[in-house]
Design a protein around this ligand. Structure first.
Ligand code: PHB
Length: 357
């Protein structure tokens, strides 16, 4: 019987424990989307994670969805990330980068006036995006033409190459939360006809083309994929989340990926359901669960074989030494939500470790 503290072979990576750090957007890069020394300090503080999955990172210029999120499309960005990976490795940690295209969540005010792209011309509603001019409604995206899709795949591939040069241990493809690849996957956002719309096979095509391009750079055993079949964040919905989960799990099996990372529920709880049982039934490799697990629940899920590892988001943000705290059954620091996305070290690198608390 395994627990959170048993090592785990994940593709080519040997993880010392199964307490992973989930990717967390923190907006501490600079205005040119270059990672900063502060980010190196933050990630190095969290090096005791079984694996750090670094935050969503722009694969192509002109696709910013947040202010000050990092990129990996330029030489300067790759150099900034190299300082991050060096700092994590110096503390004995391992870190993969989450490769991301924001799709319709991007905003012209963040991108020199450029209209965002998406599978279909359907905007995100009921929420607003932070821009240099304050909060603004999302705009209606432009429908990508089929002949533009190879350019998107090439963007992910170049970003994967840059991530390798930056010293990461692998990459995770961001297929979740209503960003470009997820927009293609789920039928609420994808009303296309042709090779990238309609059937699940067609809607998953872009995600799988991206995976294959990234695998050609890294090898499948250093590539993970994250999906969120139930999350309604960013106006997302699908008519059959279980079918989507099963199809992706089968496709990932065929490719021998390092891991599949599944967000089990919905940020707002609007959509209910169980995608973890079908994910476990279909997927033969390392299954990582995420979203609201307590340490106890995570341990039980691993002991029962339901999951192989759990990614913790908010608890890791507020507790740089989360594995030690879980091991000691110590109290956790409370997260400061007002500083999740604010600039500077406050609420970022100033959460105390146990020894300092
Ligand atoms: C994501 O990148 O998936 C993401 C980022 C920020 C959020 C939620 C999701 O608040």
């Amino acid at each position: 019987m395994f627990s959170l503290f048993n090592p785990l072979q994940t593709g080519a990576l040997k993880l010392p424990n199964r307490i992973l750090m989930a990717p967390l957007t923190r907006c501490r890069a600079d205005a040119d989307h270059n990672p900063t020394p502060l980010m190196a300090e933050y990630y190095a503080q969290r090096a005791s994670a079984g694996l750090i999955i670094a935050e969503a990172t722009m694969v192509m210029e002109g696709n910013s969805s947040f202010w000050m999120e990092p990129g990996i499309y330029s030489e300067a960005q790759a150099q900034g990330w190299k300082a991050v990976t060096d700092a994590v490795h110096a503390k004995g940690g391992q870190i993969v980068l989450q490769l991301w295209h924001g799709g319709r969540a991007c905003h012209p005010l963040l991108n020199g006036g450029i209209q965002p792209v998406a599978p279909s011309a359907i905007p995100i509603t009921g929420d607003e995006v932070h821009t240099p001019e304050g909060k603004k409604p999302y705009v209606t995206p432009r429908e990508l033409r089929d002949d533009e899709i190879p350019g998107i795949v090439a963007g992910f591939k170049k970003a994967a190459e840059n991530a390798k040069a930056a010293g990461f241990d692998g990459v995770e493809v961001h297929g979740a939360n209503g960003y470009l690849l997820d927009e293609f996957l789920r039928d609420g956002a994808n009303k296309r006809t042709g090779p990238y719309g309609g059937s699940i096979e067609n809607r998953a095509r872009l995600m799988l083309e991206v995976l294959d391009a990234v695998i050609s750079v890294w090898g499948a055993d250093r590539v993970g994929l994250r999906i969120s079949p139930l999350n309604s964040y960013n106006s997302m919905i699908d008519s059959d989340p279980v079918a989507v989960t099963t199809y992706i799990a089968e496709q990932v099996n065929a490719r021998g990926l390092a891991y599949l990372h599944v967000m089990r529920s919905d940020f707002s709880q609007a959509q209910q359901g169980d995608v973890m049982t079908p994910a476990r039934a279909a997927f033969k490799g390392v299954l990582v669960g995420n979203m609201g697990y307590t340490a106890d629940e995570a341990d039980k899920a691993i002991a029962s074989g339901q999951l192989d590892a759990v990614a913790f988001g908010v608890p890791f943000l507020a507790n740089p030494d989360l594995p030690a705290r879980i091991a000691a059954k110590a109290e956790l620091n409370a997260p400061d939500a007002a500083r999740f996305y604010s600039p500077g070290p406050k609420g970022y690198t100033d959460y105390p470790a146990l020894s300092a608390a």
